[in-house]
Design a protein around this ligand. Structure first.
Ligand SMILES: [Zn+2]
Length: 93
């Protein structure tokens, strides 16, 4: 949705600049800047939807990240990450 809106915005700006006889170079730079801004915000939005859970055990480096996941799966992954006995050395025995 963000990319679609950004593409539409870039197209409108490109159309308006062309209608005012703006040379192709500055027109292209302007349209590209709008598109890159949309890509940047889309990526920021995607990252804001990523959750990371870390094991609270000091020597453990386990962390689990999830993106675009429903609440049930997030709860399951959080429980797995914070339960050291389920993923630590004791879990492999
Ligand atoms: Zn752990």
């Amino acid at each position: 949705m963000i990319l679609t809106a950004g593409a539409a915005w870039a197209a409108l700006i490109g159309h308006d600049l062309a209608a005012h006889n703006v040379p192709l170079g500055p027109l292209g730079v302007s349209v590209t800047a709008v598109l890159l801004t949309a890509v940047h915000f889309a990526e920021r939005f995607r990252r804001s939807q990523t959750y990371t859970f870390r094991c609270p055990t000091p020597a453990c480096t386990v962390s689990i990240s999830a993106t675009n996941t429903n609440l049930d799966e997030l709860a399951r992954l959080q429980k797995l990450a914070i339960s050291h006995d389920q993923h630590g050395t004791a879990a492999t025995r």
